[in-house]
Ligand binder design. Sequence first.
Ligand code: GLC
Length: 692
Amino acid sequence: MLEESGIAAAVRLPGQTKSSPEAQPKPVASSSTAFRTSRNRWSSPSPLRSFLSAAALVLVVALVQLILHDAKLQRLQVLRSHLIHSSSSSSVSSRSSFFFPLHPHFPPGPPIASPVAHFDDPDAVCLNPASFPSTQPTSIPLTTMALADDTKRVVDQFEFTDADVNAHVQEFLKQMNEGLAKDGTSLSQIPTYVTAVPNGTEKGLYLAVDLGGTNFRVCSIMLNGDHTFNLTYNKVAIPKELMVAKTSEELFAFLAKQIELFLREHHADRFESHVHRRHTGSDRRGYTEEQIFRLGFTFSFPVQQLGINKGKLMRWTKGFDIPDTVGKDVCALLQNEIDKLHLPVKVAALVNDTVGTLMARSYTSSGKHRSILGAIFGTGTNGAYIEKVENIKKKIEGEYDTSTGEMVINTEWGSFDNQGNVLHSTPWDKQLDRESVNPGFQMFEKCVSGMFLGEILRLATLDMMKSPESTLFKDTNSSTNDWATTTNVAAHSGLHRQWGLDSAIMSVAAADNTPELSTLRQELENTLHIYNPSLEDAQAFKSVAAAVGRRAARLSAVAIGAIVIQSGKLNDPKEDIIDIGVDGSLVEHYPFFRDMIHEALAAVTEIGTQGADKIRIGVAKDGSGVGAALIALVAAKMEKPGDFMREMRKDIKRQLDSLPAVADDSRINPAVAIGGVIGLAAIAALWWNKKR
Ligand code: GLC
């Protein structure tokens, strides 16, 4: 039947053609001259010529079809050998029932007879396949159970039981108290010099900058004095090369430049009038304290704080590595670069983002309950809480307000149990640590925070893909795929690159509860270039991602639970709510992260379900910006009249003194004079030589 059709004739091999010998194709001209010649020759058409040209056309079409057909045939051959290979490995059930209508070529219905050769006949040559698959999907034995087993093998290693939660809480409390007693312990327990939290009535316009991880934010915050604020900000990604720059100056000059751009854009009036005063030399007349912005510097790395706007970097975290900065006062580094640009800005306070979060939460909550803890679960993780000064046994350098008897402590809990007393690591945690810029440090953070979760998931997934027992992303399901929908992982997929898997996909995986996991499968394609993953692939990926995420949430509960116990508020009948402010991408975007924390908190013996019900975890959006502004305000209030200008003048003098002495223009520099004479003599010698 098909043989009679024109299409069938067109796809016949040249040797099989029924056309006349004159209809052989002419060589195809490739240059424009040849094209003109051939056109002239055929310019007066006769019936024979018309017939021959039509036949030639048919043959050209036939050849093209043949080439295309051949290419498809080859792909089918590859697919066939792949299927024969996979069907001979261990097997359990067909995955065809899991398919969702990504494949419109496979409508359900009775099988249609087809001339397509069967894959199990090795000698069959498929010369004329239909342009669409015409058989029902067959049940190719697959290894779904092997994938399920392998997934379980991986998932089990992330198990974090209630007993684990309790053991970790006890160890956390122990390490907290060690950190309060002396320096150099795993939990740094850094005194912040912040001795009170705001009550929401604070007012004023402040600047804040936030260097925390991936981005740098510059904001101005108007505190309205009624628990509300208005915030304007610019955000830029920190260039990767600056995170590992050779000198501190490179990074801090970039930060100062961003402050300048922000002021020009959002506070042009104040900025321009400042520039004008400088240009007209009217500095001394018009330079008043009110015209200078106080800036709160949120610097979210471990810093040995020496005062409200002074602190030395202890070590970098979150992928930063600029050895030159360690041990230096980061406020002075920023102020120097600001001064080089002559900006009307004074770094007034140095703040960790967790302290900022605690401040912001206290400012915005209008109830009678003040927050006891500010915590970040984002790129990194950390917490700052209110501690009784009498519990801080190590020496607190410098001055601070003693009236409240309390001080905010920055725990730097990312380093909890660096020594590995309780934290147990999976092989993928160990690999991640080995390949990180700070092996052996931030061990808790490496299991909990957004920067690392994606990498753990990547390493575990890659391991599964490499395992011969596992079928993950191996297209064992292609019995129901045509060649165009074969599962494959692109060579450039992020799966093959360190940090190539963004943790954000874990939120997508957790949120996708559709029967076909279509959103997640789409995301695997879009972000990881894993094309046409099967439902089982997506299910396996989702399970591993969930295990990594759940362990992170339960570990987060360890830190929160220990601090709640340390606060002593659990058994205080006056405290019906224990408020905690949190911020960061995990708490904001990972579905059920807070629920999982709550569930684990209830499993802590000292807390229980009743205690867990008292704990309120609320998001403090933009905490680091608002918090920094609030601390800058406190710092400004602590200044004595005239302090600010005095300090400013001291800074200017220090800068002037550090400038190299400038030679008097009116006298000739001897070096220049000698150089000039020698130069002239050389020219004269050349000229004289040439002349002779
Ligand atoms: C890292 C930093 C810490 C910060 C946290 C959250 O752990 O060391 O200072 O608070 O990330 O950003």
